[in-house]
Design a protein around this ligand. Structure first.
Ligand SMILES: Nc1ncnc2c1ncn2[C@@H]1O[C@H](COP(=O)(O)OP(=O)(O)OP(=O)(O)O)[C@@H](O)[C@H]1O
Ligand SMILES: [Mg+2]
Length: 361
């Protein structure tokens, strides 16, 4: 099986992760500079070599390759040892992705463990979603620089143009700006640090998000506070919780549309919700925060997937807001649920309280 494999471009050379192109016969056709360093060999020497010979991967690679080719969707394999040449194997995460335009050719990305950890993987996200985020985060960084060049060039061009032609350069600038914004959101997602958890007054955080929403995206909304004042502090990262509430408020405001609507912030205590943790223990999540709006409700066709990245029901939505919310809440050992009918959408966040030992803080 032979396919013409185009030489990878400039992004390829700049990619910080060891990356290989694998041809239809499972041979290495290209290796980027990071891969040369990682495998301690030149790209020339790697060319034509069977991927299975060169990478001592303790995972069924052949099957993984076949699956990616069959499904035409990326696969993420965690915690594999990748050896190269005479170097000892290193724990890695590998990603195998199809190249849309070149049948049977695969992109193989190797993330040595320290880099993989940085990508902020979440146990609850599906692997396809995880690989979408991981790959996108790496590319986001590399794509932003050339975009700045494109936008700058369009702005220079526009100076000598007629008003009619300037519409086109304005379009380039505007669309470039949109891509940069999307890339920044992807990067923000990848840069998320583990939460620094301490005793947090939920109502303080809600107040901060309410005020900031009302002077910005929720200016046309009415936000009602319905708090249980006896609510004990949460064990949480206040800044990350602020991001959560702002994202939920923003979605409610955007769903309401230009005529506005009402959002109720409801807090209460409910002992009955328990979450089974990794160690099997059942941890109580008694702090309940509900963000309730009277908008049109979730679009039914995406309702089941709204917490997945890149799922959006809005024209200009990137679909990362709720994925970020879900990741933050999961990192807090909390729970998020949604209940939506037209006229009433409830996002409920459930969080643990601070342990007795921290109560004096
Ligand atoms: N309160 C709500 N009422 C109605 N639909 C909602 C509500 N919250 C979320 N949605 C739907 O869920 C989709 C996904 O939301 P999410 O915040 O993940 O992405 P987004 O708002 O489209 O884009 P981003 O937040 O990245 O700018 C939204 O596009 C919208 O269709
Ligand atoms: Mg959103």
């Amino acid at each position: 099986m032979k396919s013409d494999i185009p030489a990878p471009g400039i992004v390829w050379a700049a990619l910080p992760l060891p990356t290989l192109l694998i041809d239809g016969d499972n041979r290495i056709s290209h290796a980027n500079p990071a891969a040369e360093t990682f495998l301690n060999t030149s790209a020339k020497a790697l060319r034509g070599v069977s991927a299975f010979d060169r990478l001592a991967i303790d995972a069924p690679l052949e099957e993984a390759f076949a699956r990616v080719r069959a499904n035409q969707s990326a696969l993420f394999v965690n915690d594999v040892d990748v050896g190269g040449g005479d170097r000892a194997p290193v724990q890695c995460t590998i990603q195998i992705a199809p190249l849309n335009d070149v049948p049977d050719v695969l992109l193989l990305l190797i993330s040595p463990r320290d880099i993989a950890d940085r990508l902020g993987r979440s146990k609850t996200m599906h692997s396809a979603a995880k690989s979408a985020i991981g790959m996108a985060e790496m590319l986001a960084h590399e794509i932003k620089n050339p975009l700045a060049g494109i936008s700058g060039a369009a702005q220079l061009l526009s100076m000598g143009l007629s008003a009619e032609d300037r519409e086109l350069t304005d379009l380039i600038v505007e669309e470039t700006r949109r891509i940069v914004k999307l890339l920044e959101q992807v990067e923000q997602f990848g840069n998320l640090r583990p939460p620094e958890r301490r005793a947090v007054n939920i109502h303080d955080v809600l107040d901060r998000s309410r005020k900031s929403a009302l002077v910005g995206f929720a200016a046309r909304m009415q936000i009602i506070e319905d708090y249980d004042p006896s609510l004990p502090p949460a064990l949480a990262d206040g800044d990350q919780l602020l991001q959560v509430f702002l994202n939920l408020l923003k979605n409610a405001a955007e769903a309401a549309g230009p005529k506005g609507g009402t959002i109720r912030l409801h807090t209460f205590y409910d002992q009955s919700l328990r979450l089974r943790r990794k160690d099997g223990a059942r941890a109580p999540l008694p702090l309940q925060i509900e963000i309730i709006d009277d908008g049109p409700g979730l679009p039914p066709e995406i309702a089941a997937d709204i917490f997945e990245p890149f799922v959006s029901g809005r024209e200009n939505g990137t679909g990362l807001g709720l994925a970020l919310v879900s990741k933050i809440i999961t990192d807090h050992d909390g729970w998020i649920a949604v209940d939506s009918v037209p006229g009433r959408t409830v996002f409920r966040v459930s969080l643990p309280v601070i342990p007795k030992s921290m109560e004096s803080e």
